[in-house]
Write a protein that binds this ligand. Structure first.
Ligand code: DGL
Length: 275
């Protein structure tokens, strides 16, 4: 497909309920170091995990307007709750102006290839689990995967406070993972932006008996494959791309927490989208 070089040099947009989606932004920046990222964290409405589908859809559409105004060639939804609630609507809304990628499809494809006929667990927010978005997509593969999901709403706020890798968080994680809903699984999907940070604790709980699947790498690989196939990869430049990280509500605590999720502290810019 023939694309003007200028389109290839337009940024990748990512939107999330807050700063947790920086786990995916980080994976994208590592995989695609020449791409300029425009990240929008809707901190004014955080958390999405407890919001209704209708509320998340209305936020998502407005955020996509902003990302389209910023000329994003690709819009990624790292947030599982937003992917579950708003992906279909957003894809239709954005139409041919940009490709939209969610965080669910790449991991569903992976699970379909590797766990046919087996039991797979999933943990995420109430919105992600109650929407059945993963279950519908996995059932549609028709490869006999028994998906066993559990909402684990305490985990995202706990992680956001930097409260992990300690005894109490070990106990909270263990009490969720010991729930009968997750009995007998061979793999566990981490269906929330925040959970890569507690993957070592989850791995320790299962002691190698259950494969713990972090979607961020798969999502970054999916974006890279799409851009390559469409001839939309940004040209290497002499200087590193200037990313922008917007939030709809700013606090110093959000900025400090970026270190947890992005691996280094980044400067957040207030974009009061809801005023
Ligand atoms: N980003 C959300 C997700 O991945 C977690 C935080 C929230 O509930 O907003 O589901």
């Amino acid at each position: 497909m023939d694309h003007a070089p200028s389109r290839a040099n337009q940024p990748i947009g990512l939107f999330d309920s807050g700063i947790g989606g920086l786990t995916v932004a980080r994976a994208v920046a590592q995989r695609l170091p020449h791409e300029r990222l425009v990240y929008f964290g809707d901190t004014a409405h955080l958390p999405y995990g407890d919001k209704s589908t209708a509320a998340i859809q209305s936020y998502a559409v407005k955020i996509c307007d902003l990302l389209l105004r910023q000329q994003c060639k690709l819009i990624m939804i790292p947030c599982n709750s937003a992917s579950a609630a708003a992906y279909d609507l957003v894809r239709e809304y954005v139409g041919s102006k940009a490709r939209v990628l969610n965080v669910i499809d790449p991991i569903v494809a992976y699970v379909g290839q590797h766990y046919a006929g087996r039991a797979v667990g999933l943990i995420g927010t109430k919105q992600t689990v109650n929407s059945n978005a993963y279950k519908k997509k996995i059932d549609a593969l028709d490869v006999g995967i028994d998906l066993r999901s559990l909402a684990t709403p305490l985990l995202a706020p706990m992680i956001e406070e930097g409260f992990f890798q300690n005894k109490i968080s070990d106990d909270i994680i263990a009490s969720y993972l010991a729930h009968p809903a997750l009995a007998g699984i061979e793999a566990l999907v981490l269906a929330c932006t925040h959970y890569p940070l507690i993957k070592p604790q989850i791995d320790a709980f299962y002691a190698g008996k259950v494969a713990v699947l972090d979607a961020s790498e798969a999502v970054a690989a999916h974006a890279a494959a799409y851009l390559e196939a469409e001839n939309l990869l940004a040209a290497p430049a002499a200087t590193a791309p200037a990313h922008h990280f917007y939030v709809s509500d700013f606090t110093p605590a959000f900025e400090q927490s970026t270190r947890l999720f992005f691996g280094q502290e980044v400067q957040l810019e207030l974009y009061p989208l809801w005023e």
